[in-house]
Design a protein around this ligand. Structure first.
Ligand code: SAH
Length: 493
């Protein structure tokens, strides 16, 4: 398989310094699965091209059991595309042969390592599983111009149609280490295969090489799933870490939400209507907003959820998207709850929860009642099965609408608690808050805010699909026309 890298940066022969390979001579390297050769078809001041030719030994692969995975017959093990198609073998070769450049170091030209230069990469045969459309979705958001020519299955038999293999040309102006990182991650993603066992360290590799671009990539989830060979626990872990890296940390979202909510409340209660209190310290549990006598909306919400869980007779309870652990704190105070588990996608949030709950100082008997789990509501999780009840408090509006369906199955099909309580803002109530401009959500991380009719039609459909009964309760001060600020659905199976 062949990869060429060209630049028209002046002097173009600087490419030799960047790659740490002398343009004047060809070099060969032994790899665990074959050999790699580096040579320069052209090395002029105005244009320079380096070629990485990777030879994969298919018979050696069979002997060392590194053959392509998933194959059924013996023939596949000997006769396959690995020697000529770009795949994870190319990624390994890039890391082995151009490791310094991939890491963004350049001894001779340190300033050049981070400098955007015009680059062109050519992959002679790229298996594009998902087609040219997917190829473009991967590279165009990173700023590449993409050209692809699809090969027929066999020149002599046009009727056989087209193959998955493309000659792919990518052009962009960016630092070389970025281009190498993109190829390192995205070539196996396009191929949708790995020649080696994917274990925990692959998550770290993905995060390291995806640093600075993967978290905000529109195909982040598909890339992560394919890169980690669809291994659910690894994918969950990687996506959670990527979510933390993306612009708005989910945990910041929760803290900011509380601040904004407190400010909104004070605007309703004849307070000054000032914008959010900026320090989370102002928002410690039990703090009231404008009116000292009235509990905050947050406190009312937690009280309402707690009342439902107690009335349901639940002994084991899940708090999904537990945030800083305020509901957990209240649950712990009630002897009725013998098993209490909080789950959140954010590591940082879980650490805050552990601090707030003083987990380290709890007596052993108390400590045993509580479990904090790291995980995502987007993925089925065995640890969530077998609970009497689940609370999902002010979480669903943080999920992308297309992914709500995944959450519905995780909760109602796989975890399947007898009782589930879900709360979310009631958008109709927003107009009661002077300081909230019309049409704006209560919080910048909210993906949606529903009217009562919208929430009820969603919850009713979900209940019917998964065989639950559902009822709705208002939370917070009720207005005759706008309803209450928070809406709550209680599901029972
Ligand atoms: N229930 C808490 C926190 C609500 S804020 C409270 O009422 O105070 C929303 C929380 O959901 C955040 O802590 C965020 O980290 C978490 N979250 C967002 N997306 C999630 C997901 N996919 N899986 C699990 N938790 C998620």
């Amino acid at each position: 398989m062949l990869l060429t890298l060209s630049t028209t940066h002046r002097p173009a022969t600087d490419l030799g310094f960047l790659l740490r390979k002398n343009p004047a001579r060809a070099q060969s390297f032994d790899l665990s699965f074959g050999r790699a050769h580096v040579f320069y078809p052209e090395a002029r001041e105005e244009r320079c091209t380096a070629a990485l030719l990777v030879e994969v030994d298919p018979v050696g692969l069979v002997r060392s059991r590194r053959g392509p995975s998933g194959e059924g017959g013996l023939l596949d093990r000997y006769v396959n595309d690995r020697p000529y198609a770009a795949s994870s073998f190319l990624s390994v070769a890039i890391a082995d042969v151009f490791g310094t450049a991939l890491a963004g170091h350049c001894k001779e030209r340190p300033e050049l390592a981070d400098q955007p230069i015009p680059l062109r990469a050519l992959l002679s045969a790229m298996p594009c599983r998902g087609g040219e459309a997917f190829l473009r979705k991967l590279f165009q958001p990173l700023g590449y111009r993409v050209a692809a020519v699809r090969f027929p299955l066999d020149d002599r038999f046009p009727a056989w149609g087209e193959s998955a293999y493309h000659r792919v040309e990518l052009e962009a102006t960016l630092p070389l280490h970025q281009l190498l990182s993109h190829l390192y991650v995205l070539v196996p993603v396009l191929d949708n295969d790995k020649h080696y066992w994917v274990g925990d360290d692959e998550v770290q590799k993905l995060l390291r090489h995806g640093e600075g671009w993967l978290a905000s990539h529109p195909e982040r989830d598909a890339i992560t799933r394919r890169y980690l060979k669809h291994q659910r626990s690894l994918v969950t872990d990687a996506l959670a870490q990527l979510a933390e890296e993306s612009d708005l940390h989910p945990d910041e979202a929760a803290v900011a939400r509380d601040a904004e909510e407190a400010a909104l409340e004070s605007s309703l209660r004849g307070g000054t209507g000032h914008r959010p209190a900026s320090t989370p310290a102002d928002l410690t549990p039990g703090t009231t907003a404008a009116n000292e006598d009235e509990p905050t909306l947050n406190a009312q919400r937690l009280g309402a959820v707690l009342a439902v869980l107690k009335a349901a007779g639940a002994q084991s309870v899940l708090d999904l998207g537990c945030g800083e652990g305020r509901l957990l704190q209240r649950l712990l105070r009630e002897r009725q709850f013998v098993r209490i588990t909080g789950l959140d996608v954010s590591h940082r949030m879980l650490e805050n929860a552990a601090d707030n709950l003083r987990v380290g100082r709890l007596p052993a008997r108390e400590r045993e009642r509580l479990t904090l789990l790291h995980g995502s509501l987007m993925y089925r999780d065995q640890r969530l099965a077998g609970f009497d009840a689940a609370a999902v408090v002010e979480v669903i509006e943080h999920l992308d609408p297309p992914r709500l369906a995944a959450f519905e199955r995780v909760l109602f099909e796989f975890a399947r608690p007898r009782t589930a309580v879900i709360t979310t803002p009631n958008r109709e109530y927003n107009r009661m808050w002077d300081s909230l401009p019309a049409g704006q959500f209560r919080h910048r991380d909210h993906r949606f805010e529903w009217t009562r009719a919208e929430f009820q039609s969603w919850a009713t459909a979900v209940a019917a699909r998964f065989h639950y009964a559902v009822r709705f309760l208002p939370v917070g001060p009720e207005d005759a026309a706008a309803g209450s600020p928070t809406q709550m659905a209680v599901f029972n199976s």
